[in-house]
Design a protein around this ligand. Structure first.
Ligand SMILES: Nc1nc2c(c(=O)[nH]1)N[C@H]1C(S)=C(S)[C@@H](COP(=O)(O)O)O[C@H]1N2
Ligand SMILES: [Mo]
Length: 587
């Protein structure tokens, strides 16, 4: 703090004016900033409670300024800051607010009403901005109004505390006879800051400035002034605590408000009809065998794999996708732009490279999305580009081969999963789904950016962490039943069933063997196309002697490749080996 007193002997003739000035300025700045934080924190909480994040003052003023920005400035901002343009704008508003808050705080130390007028001015701007939103109602003014009320309270409380802190320090130093001039002369800065006239000589009425020059400590009637420094300390600690609390309220309120906003946007999203509907689901796609994974995995039980500690909450209205890099024409799409494109619907089985043989990180859904290929064609991919570096709003990146995205398979910029908007955990509002590639090289969730580049020029998230840059899904199978938990009886018939997958190649056959016996053909369920897993079942007549038996399965895809028996772990590009389950046969 600028409070450290200089020894009086050094500058006996100069009153402490510069010191006071600095003290008033810093104290005023703190008062103003704490007041502003209280205003914004409170407003944000109210906005969250109302589920109206856009009515919080900073966001409302931001939206207002976007709508009133000339196109040229907007284009400059977009080209200079890209998709960060909104962030830059919001921080700009916060910066301006901080400067104004400092001014209001300093004013308030001089005359409280001046600070209050400044506050009211800001409240008016906030209310105006909140009500200027399209579809705004009177309640949208509440966040700003409640915030301003809390701020007014904070301003008068901290103003009072600040003034007595300043006065306390004036009392402590410098000794009145050295620095303060003749008794009764105005003490520059301090009384101005205190907002009341200096005592005009004599035993002044109780007040922190009425300190006798010498003699025994004079005790005023009424509330005792605190010892020097104590008020100042109280001011500093209280403002630190309140500032911290307000920041937490602000952060928490923003998060709450946007997550409520997103869930509302998600529930109310109207999905356009697909231009290319999914092939009809064949009657026999689901064998309905107890314990066998259903052909379609419900969204609620779909596996989830990502690096997000806190799920990104992106409202479609805020979403933008940039396609850039090695392209002839950079593209920028809003959510409306995206869903106005012809949408393709397809059943696609998504699988994680981390899935061990027999593991759970695989699921099948009906996806709806725009064609990634047509988007890339529109952008015009340069010859020589090999990789699409796709970035999530949380910074995660996946790297997809350009060739795979362009070869005509249903590589989707997806907006829906099983006839509903994407769940937030699965990438709302937009993610990629590309049949035939493990998720980490294809299925970027919360997609915001596609950079057309090369494998030489860029590495996606998992590549420097030891996973392969290229990762096509390996032909695999899983045994769902029996689980091996219960014994099976000699002479009974047991359904050995599971799923097999070779996305975009298709499953041609699945074979099963029991206890190193001969491979037996399993019966395959119907599938709508090549991009999904395929259920299979083998009816086993338990005609073996009691004992423990290993059941194994293996799949062959439509290219003629049979999955390998070689057991490999998931790293670096997918596990291999026959799935197996050990069952106990009893008589
Ligand atoms: N933004 C983002 N997208 C991501 C990931 C991630 O960590 N962050 N993980 C990928 C991986 S490894 C997989 S397997 C799939 C999983 O998609 P799901 O969680 O919808 O099943 O998402 C992919 N997309
Ligand atoms: Mo994954």
């Amino acid at each position: 703090m600028t409070f450290a007193p200089r020894p009086p002997s050094r500058r006996p003739s100069a009153p402490a004016r510069p010191v006071r000035r600095a003290a008033v300025a810093s104290t005023g700045a703190i008062t103003g900033i704490v007041t502003a934080l209280v205003a914004l924190g409170t407003a944000q909480l109210v906005a969250a409670a109302l589920a109206a994040p856009a009515s919080a003052p900073v966001d409302a003023v931001g939206a207002l300024s976007i709508n009133h920005t000339p196109a040229a400035v907007k284009n400059f901002a977009i080209s200079a800051f890209g998709s960060n343009d909104k962030t830059v704008l919001l921080w700009g508003i916060r910066g301006v607010l901080t400067v104004c808050a400092v001014v209001i705080g300093v004013l308030a130390l001089r005359r409280l009403w001046l600070g209050m007028v400044g506050l009211a001015l800001f409240a008016a701007i906030g209310v105006y901005a909140a009500l200027a939103q399209s579809g705004a109602s009177a309640t949208d003014s509440l966040p700003t109004l409640v915030g301003a009320a809390a701020a007014a309270f904070a301003l008068s409380y901290f103003g009072r505390l600040a003034r007595s802190g300043l006065a306390g320090s004036a009392r402590a130093w410098p000794p009145r006879d050295v620095a303060a001039g003749p008794p009764g002369a105005p003490q520059a800065g301090v009384e101005a800051a205190a907002g009341r006239p200096a005592p005009q000589g004599g035993p002044a009425p109780a007040g922190p400035l009425s300190v006798p020059a010498s003699g025994p400590v004079w005790r005023p009637v009424g509330p005792q002034p605190s010892p020097p420094g104590q008020d100042r300390r109280k001011f500093l600690t209280t403002s630190a605590v309140v500032a911290a609390g307000s920041l937490v309220a602000y952060g928490g309120g923003s998060w709450l408000a946007s997550s409520r906003n997103v869930s509302i946007a998600q529930r109310s999203l109207r999905l356009p009809r697909p231009a290319v509907p999914a092939p009809p689901l064949p009657a026999g796609a689901d064998l309905h065998i107890p314990g066998l994974s259903s052909f379609i995995t419900p969204n609620a039980s779909f596996y989830r794999v990502d690096t997000a500690l806190v799920l990104p909450e992106i409202a479609p209205a805020q979403w933008q996708l940039r396609v850039h890099g090695m392209v002839r024409r950079e593209l920028s799409l809003t959510f409306d732009d995206l869903i106005r494109r012809p949408l393709i619907e397809d059943y696609i089985t998504l699988c994680c490279v981390s899935n061990p043989v027999g593991g759970p990180y695989i699921g099948n859904a009906k996806w709806l999305g725009a064609s990634l290929r047509s988007l890339l064609q529109e952008a015009g991919v340069h010859a020589g580009a090999t990789q699409l570096l796709c970035t999530s709003s949380d910074g995660f990146t996946s790297g997809t081969p350009v060739a795979t995205a362009m070869d005509g398979r249903d590589a989707l910029v997806a907006v829906a999963m099983n006839d509903a908007a994407l769940p937030v955990a699965h990438g709302f509002p937009v993610r990629l789904v590309i049949p035939g590639l493990y998720g980490y090289v294809s299925a970027c969730k919360w997609l915001v950016d596609i950079e057309v580049t090369t494998y030489g020029a860029a590495q996606a998230y998992w590549v420097p962490r030891g996973w392969s840059a290229q990762a096509p899904i390996k032909t695999e199978s899983r045994i769902d039943v029996p689980t091996g938990q219960n014994p099976v009886t000699v002479g009974s018939r047991v359904a050995i069933a599971g799923v097999a997958w070779a996305q975009h190649k298709g499953i041609e056959a699945v074979e099963v063997r029991v206890g190193n016996g001969p491979w037996q053909q399993a019966q395959l369920a119907a599938v709508p196309d090549l991009d999904t897993w395929r259920q299979w079942v083998y009816q086993w007549n338990v005609d073996v002697a009691p004992g423990s038996y290993l059941i194994e399965a293996r799949a062959t895809d439509k290219t003629g490749y049979t999955q390998t028996a070689l057991q490999e772990p998931p790293a670096p590009n997918g596990a291999t080996g026959y799935p197996s389950v050990s069952v106990n046969v009893v008589s």
